[in-house]
Structure formats: structure tokens, C-alpha cells
Write a protein that binds this ligand. Structure first.
Ligand code: PLP
Length: 390
């Protein structure tokens, strides 16, 4: 590696993009005198509903609150079991615990890195009420199989589509069909409101209940008095966030085209760099090469740790030294102290255990250049070569 590679600008693993129009629109909301949930939120919800083919949509303060409310809408609580994946952001299973239910972790498919639907049936008990799949990096599961399983066993589906805004299944947008579909608009997501989330619902009754749940369970407010008939929280999205979302939605097609192009380039240059470094026998696992369904929220590789003499942390440090930021999405949830204390074992999902230790997120965001991708691929090949077991 030449010395000047160290002085190249740092590439973070992701970076949000807000254009001048968005910044101006935020300023306008701030000056308007109405900053919390109001007309911009209503407009954002209507626009999202149109985006999802007319299904009702309600927004919340973040993706975690969105999933919590989805579980409440499905009536899931104490004594219920919800089947999910151990490779996700911990929010997924935390919200299940949060409503008093029990997460049941099913192992993942090593290729898609999503929950292995072939293994779900064996985990169903009389207490199972729902399946909560996660579309890691924006790649959906087999939606036909998911909904036929749910139908066959009479289960609700709460889709943790936090990473899958803009993803598709057989030409249909994720969220435009199905049961309860939850998205996150957190800063790193493909569409961001800084923090926020939305839930696509089945009908107006569910939407009305969601509105109550996000605001203290309030039924009436105004001159005719006030009443609360169920326990709700404070999970509303503000107009400041909503107006950002409206502007991000306009830019989404451009963002998506760029993400897809960058992902394609990753496959090409990683393969050619590995080849020219003589690393053809190294089992570096690339993502599923899917350019129709995935929104390319992330580009993740699985490191061949058994062929290397270092762990993932060292690879990340070496990349960082070359000005390349990476991430881990995610360590196995069942390895966290809270979950260990609850009796979960990482060994019960061996594929997730392996992938949780060796998955690595490379930088991918619309503002990246082709040159950035080349630089990352070349750095990765060089580092892997340096750490080969002999
Ligand atoms: C981002 C994310 C969430 C939670 O979203 P927040 O908006 O951060 O609360 C949940 N699940 C997955 C898979 C995510 O990536």
C-alpha cells in the first residue's frame, strides 16, 4: 500500500443525504409556528399511502415504536410467542419482550442471511401468534412462502421491513401487500426523516387504533372534553421529520439507481481484485446478486475466518487505517447478556452464530463514487491476502 492511500478522505459505511430543498423545507416548518404532528405529517402519510398502493399508513417517532405498535395492534402480549431471526438490530426482539411476549429465534439461511422459512414450521407451538421476519440489507424473504406459512398456521405477520423501503417482491413494493409492514426512517436508512418510522396497515380501524396508541390512548380532545380508554404512548412523528420524508421520497428513485449501480460495481471489482490477488480459493461470501427485489440498503460480505489468522475486528481496523469505515450488522442477538440471562443460546442457531461473527458491512450510500468502490475492493483484497493462514 502506498503511503498516500492513508491520506485519502475517510469513507464512512453510510452517510445520509439531505439536499438544499429539504433544508429549506425544514426551515419553513420551523418558522411556520406548527412544528409537531400536523399538516406535514398528514401529507406524508397520504403520500406514503399512495406509494403503497392505497393501503393505510401511519407514522411514528421511530422504527422501534412502529414495531411495538404493530405488535399491540395484533394483540400480542403476555404468554404469546413470536418467531423471528437472531441476525437483526436488537430492536426486533426487544419490542417482542417489551409487550411481554417471547421471541423464538429460528436460524437463518446462509445465502440470504434472512430467517430460514423452511425451519419456521418446526418452531411453531400452540403459543405462537406471529412471525416477524427481517429483510436484512433490504433483501426480502420469499414472500409467497411467508404468507402461505402464516395462512396455514393462522399466524399474524409483522414484517420488520426497517431496511427494505423501496424493495420489491415479484414487481410489487414491499409494504404494498401483506399484513402489518413496519419501516424505519432512521438516519442510516435508504429513506430518512432523521428518526422516524411508518406502518402499513390492513384497514382504517387498525389505523384509528394506531393513532390512539401513538398518543396516550386519547379518544377525544377539544372543547367537548377529553377521554382516554386504552393505554397509549408518546410515539408521534413531528412535522419537521415528516417534511424531510416528503423530500426524501422525491429523491428515492435517484438514490435507488445509484445504490444498485454501486452494488453491481462491488460484485465486479471484488471478484477481479480477489482474482488478481490470487485469492480465488478464499471463501469470501458475497450477497445474493439480486438487482430487482433488493433496495441495496447495505453491501455485506461474510469473511472466511477459518482461512484467516485474524478475527473480524482486525480486518475492520486494517480497513479503517486505510480510511474505510465498516460496520457489523449484526452480532447474534442471543449472544447479548440480556438474552443470555433469559436462557437463549447462540449455539441453537449455528448458522447465525457463524455469520454473526463474520459478517461485515462495506460502505454503500448514494454519494459514493466509482473510485470509492475500487479503492475499497482493492484494500479488502490486500488485507485478506496479508492475513491468509498458511
Ligand atoms: C433500523 C432498524 C430498526 C429500528 O428502527 P429505529 O428507527 O432505529 O427504531 C429495526 N429493525 C431493523 C432491522 C433495523 O435495521
Amino acid at each position: 500500500m502506498s503511503a498516500n492511500e492513508n491520506t485519502l478522505p475517510f469513507i464512512p459505511f453510510t452517510r445520509p443525504h439531505f439536499n438544499q430543498e429539504t433544508i429549506d423545507a425544514v426551515a419553513e416548518v420551523l418558522r411556520s409556528g406548527w412544528v409537531t404532528s400536523g399538516p406535514k405529517l398528514a401529507e406524508f402519510e397520504t403520500t406514503l399511502s399512495e406509494y403503497f398502493g392505497g393501503r393505510p399508513v401511519r407514522c411514528f417517532a421511530n422504527g422501534t415504536a412502529t414495531m411495538k405498535i404493530a405488535l399491540q395492534l395484533a394483540g400480542i402480549g403476555l404468554g404469546d410467542e413470536v418467531i423471528t431471526t437472531p441476525i437483526s438490530w436488537v430492536a426486533t426482539s426487544n419490542v417482542i419482550l417489551g409487550v411481554g411476549a417471547t421471541p423464538v429465534f429460528v436460524d437463518i439461511d446462509p445465502v440470504t442471511r434472512n430467517i430460514d422459512l423452511d425451519k419456521v414450521a418446526a418452531a411453531i407451538t400452540p403459543k405462537t401468534r406471529a412471525i416477524m421476519p427481517v429483510y436484512l440489507a433490504g433483501l426480502p424473504v420469499n414472500m409467497d412462502q411467508l404468507y402461505s406459512l402464516a395462512k396455514q398456521h393462522q399466524l399474524r405477520v409483522i414484517e420488520d421491513a426497517a431496511q427494505a423501503f423501496g424493495s420489491q417482491w415479484k414487481g410489487q413494493k414491499i409494504g404494498s401487500f401483506g399484513d402489518l409492514v413496519s419501516f424505519s426512517f432512521q438516519a442510516n436508512k435508504n429513506l430518512s426523516t432523521v428518526e422516524g418510522g411508518c406502518l402499513v396497515l390492513n384497514n382504517i380501524e387498525e389505523a384509528k387504533l394506531a393513532e390512539k396508541l401513538r398518543l396516550q390512548g386519547l379518544t377525544r380532545q377539544g372543547m367537548d372534553g377529553m377521554d382516554v380508554d386504552i393505554l397509549g404512548g408518546k410515539d408521534n412523528l413531528t412535522d419537521v421529520n415528516a417534511v424531510i420524508g416528503l423530500h426524501q421520497l422525491k429523491q428515492l428513485p435517484t438514490f435507488q439507481t445509484r445504490r444498485t449501480a454501486l452494488a453491481r460495481q462491488y460484485f465486479d471489482v471484488i471478484r477481479s481484485e480477489m482474482k488478481s490477488a490470487g485469492l480465488e480459493s478464499l471463501k469470501l461470501e458475497l450477497p445474493v446478486e439480486n438487482f430487482t427485489d433488493s433496495n441495496w440498503h447495505m453491501f455485506q460480505v461474510v469473511l472466511p475466518l477459518d482461512q484467516l489468522n485474524v478475527d473480524r475486528a482486525q480486518i475492520m481496523t486494517d480497513l479503517k487505517d486505510l480510511g474505510i469505515g465498516t460496520g457489523v450488522h449484526y452480532p447474534t442477538i442471543t449472544g447479548f447478556t440480556l438474552y443470555q440471562n433469559l436462557g437463549y443460546k447462540t449455539e441453537s442457531t449455528p448458522i447465525a452464530q457463524r455469520i454473526g461473527r463474520s459478517i461485515l458491512t462495506l460502505p454503500l450510500f448514494p454519494g459514493m463514487t466509482d473510485e470509492d468502490i475500487n479503492r475499497i475492493a482493492s484494500a479488502l483484497a490486500g488485507i485478506l491476502k496479508k492475513h491468509l493462514k498458511n
